[in-house]
Design a protein. Structure first.
Length: 179
């Protein structure tokens, strides 16, 4: 099963279990009804922040959306089994702990493509941690610019506008954790 299909199924089941309509879920998440419908039908791959909003509105841990089983206390994911989960603003995300249920954080590997300027900043609830694995990353947070190299990290409240891009014409890759 594709991860988008798993997420669609989990969202729909949790929404119905709580007796929420798409309209009510839209009000709780500030995500449009058409977008929620596309998500529930696995026709889009929005950023993880959209899934975080939905999980919060449904009162379930974000990690539960990515888990295939109900009660798994460990997630061992070999490199070749990572699951691509989102392609937004050109970023490619890979879920790396999708087998663990009831997570308090959501770790993933994000690949940033090189680009001439920063993508449009966004914000979401949660805290976020970025550890640069390879490459050089320009990170902008609340109007301030930072340059992060391999081994550098940043931890921040994600409710302020932020954006990132790879520099020097090469991709950058980072471990990103949202909690």
């Amino acid at each position: 099963m594709r991860v988008e299909e798993l997420l669609a199924q989990k969202i729909r089941e949790a929404r119905v279990r709580r007796g929420l309509t798409l309209v009510r879920l839209s009000q709780l998440t500030q995500i449009s009804v058409p977008m929620l419908s596309k998500m529930e039908n696995a026709r889009v791959s929005p950023p993880i922040s959209a899934y975080a909003k939905i999980a919060k509105a449904l009162d379930i841990p974000l990690g539960e959306l990515f888990s295939e089983e109900e009660t798994v206390s460990i997630s061992v994911v070999p490199r070749g089994e990572r699951r691509p989960f989102s392609r937004f603003a050109g970023y490619i995300g890979e879920s790396i702990a999708f087998k663990k249920s009831r997570k308090k954080m959501e770790p993933f590997v994000l690949t940033y493509p090189p680009r001439k300027k920063l993508p449009r900043p966004y914000h979401h609830e949660n805290e976020e941690f970025i550890f640069v694995i390879e490459g050089e990353l320009e990170f902008q947070y609340d109007g301030t610019r930072y340059i992060l190299n391999s081994g550098d990290c940043v931890y921040f409240d994600a409710n302020k506008k932020h954006s990132a891009r790879a520099l020097n014409g090469k991709i950058a890759q980072a471990l990103v954790v949202e909690a």
